[in-house]
Design a binder for this molecule. Sequence first.
Ligand SMILES: [Zn+2]
Length: 295
Amino acid sequence: MSFFPATLTPPDLSEVLHIHGPASSRVPVVLDSPHSGHLRPPDFGCQLSDEDLRDAQDTHIDSLYLPATELGISLLTAQYPRTYIDANRHEGDVDPALLDAPWPDLYQPSGKAALGKALAWRTLDDGRPLYAGPLTVQAMQWRIAHYHRPYHAALKRLLDAAHDQFGCVYHINCHSMNPVSGLMGEGGSGAVRADFVLGDRDGTTCSAAFTAFVQQALAAHGYGVAVNQPFKGVELVRAYADPVHGRHSLQLEINKRLYMDMASGQPNDHFPVLQQRLRQLIADITLHFPPETKP
Ligand SMILES: [Zn+2]
């Protein structure tokens, strides 16, 4: 039975998420980083150390994109670890093998449970379990209500505000990936990842022109850029995308070795270079994909 305090009080929103830059984007671009958080909620009950969990985090992705907020762009970040509950999953994507009783609410599996990476993670990429035993249904419902839904509500508000004002919105869902996949990794154990992987769920979550623009801009720096392989993008690019009506969402996975020392977890010498290149990429997006209607 997992640890779940009887006297738990709901978290402050500041413990759940943060919006860097303006409260609403002043250009039709919105950024979100669902996996860079590392503040442990009091009910987490995970037996692994922060250092162990870092393998699952998109470490430093929030600070990597921070200079882009100087362009008048909002950057939404989750404060909690994605292993606790993953905002980039549908709220019905629960893992029955992690629960001590049948799930009574919406059940919408994505297949990620087989990798231990459904709504709440069961195992790390190397197969180590997060918990000594199963979670209660109540514990999972708490995570959905107080961490998952507020993050989705904040992202939807940012996207709606930009779309209302500019007639279009270009959403970049910001992630990073390990250089080589682990035992439970997408694409199989030992798969070597490209420098960047763009995910538009096989061309369904944004215009082909947007994916091509980002791909070409990154390739111009000499980076290797894959598209939809092995990461197509998951819930956060799916949920609010509607490219026919000007709502474009693209997942951008960055290989961690481009910006951090994998052993220490500290930023490496290329970190500030990549920060400025991402800021320039996003500045170029705002010029190439201007508002469709003037405010
Ligand atoms: Zn991620």
